[in-house]
Design a protein around this ligand. Sequence first.
Ligand SMILES: Nc1ncnc2c1ncn2[C@@H]1O[C@H](COP(=O)(O)OP(=O)(O)O)[C@@H](O)[C@H]1O
Ligand SMILES: [Mg+2]
Length: 251
Amino acid sequence: MRWLRIDDSALKQLIKNDEFAFRSNLDRKTLDLVFDKRTLEALKYVFSRYSIDYLDFPISSGKESVVFRAISGRKFVAVKIFKMSTLKFMNIRKYIEGDQRFAKIRIDRNDIIPVWVRKEYTNLMALENAGVPAPKPIGFFKNILVMSYIGTKSGPAPQIRDVEINDAIYEEVLDGMRRMYRNRIVHSDLSEYNMLYHRRVYFIDLAQAVDIDHPMASEFLERDIINVSNFFSKHGIATTPESIEKYIKGK
Ligand SMILES: Nc1ncnc2c1ncn2[C@@H]1O[C@H](COP(=O)(O)OP(=O)(O)O)[C@@H](O)[C@H]1O
Ligand SMILES: [Mg+2]
């Protein structure tokens, strides 16, 4: 087994040495939370399976996950590590139960994160098939998702809340929403935080996205539409939730 070549101490070196801790701006508590023993083991496999050399720096550190830029040969990839300890079963089960694509999967209170990660992977695949710009899914294992990196050598793409808004951006967002809907996907956490801008708009953060037949899909879609409408209104774009809904669902 190839991945066994990386032993524990080498792996710790790759991600946890003092230089990384220093450069990453993550405090020791966060590092320990992300890189618990099981995650280190899983990373060992992921590094080998997806030819990742090392984690470069954290792009984002949230309550439930940390996203790293990683180096794979001469390319960058993004590695999203879900925190085993803070992802709440009660908060995420409602996005899994009721989604017919996951109906056959047993959800175990103590082992729901791998399902969650697989769900984000599946949704990223669906977006790729639907022609919606999003990170390309590369692989997943346990609580770790590997996807293409959106950004440049000098830094990751900004969220659209940090870019200057114009009509073209609004139209790209609507086009993406329409394509998702036509391909049976409701993002379910869509906002200016979960769209990046790198030459064009990219949709990210797909774990909670559900199939259109999910019993709460229309409620989730309504919320997405209101978020998008509010954000673009604030930036002087003429929009209403009704006009967005009409466009998304239109023939
Ligand atoms: N593939 C990617 N390429 C570049 N940056 C990314 C990528 N995926 C996520 N990010 C960055 O990490 C942040 C958090 O990722 P996200 O998937 O939204 O997880 P969270 O559940 O923590 O919000 C994003 O807002 C974005 O800035
Ligand atoms: Mg997010």
